[in-house]
Design a protein. Structure first.
Length: 213
């Protein structure tokens, strides 16, 4: 069995201006977060330029997408952006891919792109991984691939192709439900299971601090 270091990433999608965004990245680094992760929605910053700015403002913080909706870009476009960001960040980029969150179809429509069926999006995700792996031969190191997965078809692909799997389970899932999903992943990944890094969101609900605090 392989032991993986336990690490924390933080997700951020927008800030009031460039100074606030790069300040957020530096603060995440100073607090000991391993990775700053950017979502892929039309309500947040475009992830690749935002992560490039964050990487330029830091020295050890890794940056990653969490997660790109594969319907929003062609596989070759993702490979091009990934190769560039991996080179400019000094090998600190991690590519997170997904077949589309529940409201991702609206973003695809706004961009004038076909969303596709679930099967078509899973196939596109596989082609995106192929394109990225083919494109990163001249960068400091291979781009680590994260796949967000919940259903069996996508879990099977992630078990074969990803280095990190983000389990797409609702925040209200019980421990028993999460364990059942891990059991399914264990069966699908076989000998690869102990080499996989597993990721999950931690949700926190609390009182909003007073303005100015």
């Amino acid at each position: 069995m392989t032991d993986h270091p336990f690490r924390f990433g933080t997700v951020a999608g927008r800030a009031p201006d460039a100074g606030a965004w790069t300040g957020l990245a530096r603060r995440a680094e100073s607090l000991g977060y391993a990775t700053l992760l950017a979502p892929d929605t039309l309500g947040t910053f475009s992830p690749f330029p935002a992560l490039a700015a964050a990487a330029a403002a830091t020295t050890t913080l890794r940056v990653g997408t969490y997660v790109l909706s594969v319907a929003n870009r062609t596989p070759r476009a993702v490979a091009w952006e990934s190769e560039t960001l991996q080179a400019l960040s000094g090998g600190r980029f991690e590519l997170g891919l997904g077949a589309g969150r529940p409201d991702a179809e609206q973003d695809a429509a706004a961009l004038g792109l076909p969303y596709g069926t679930p099967g078509e999006r899973v196939e596109r995700l596989a082609r995106t991984i192929d394109a990225v792996e083919d494109a990163v031969e001249n960068v400091p190191e291979n781009v680590p691939i994260l796949v967000a997965a919940s259903g069996t078809r996508l879990l099977r692909l992630a078990a074969r192709r990803a280095g990190t799997i983000a389990l797409g389970v609702p925040a209200q899932h019980t421990e028993e439900q999460v364990a059942a999903k891990l059991d399914e992943l264990y069966e699908l990944s076989g000998d690869r299971f102990h080499d996989l890094e597993l990721a999950m969101n931690l949700a926190y609900a609390g009182e909003r601090p007073p303005i100015g605090s």
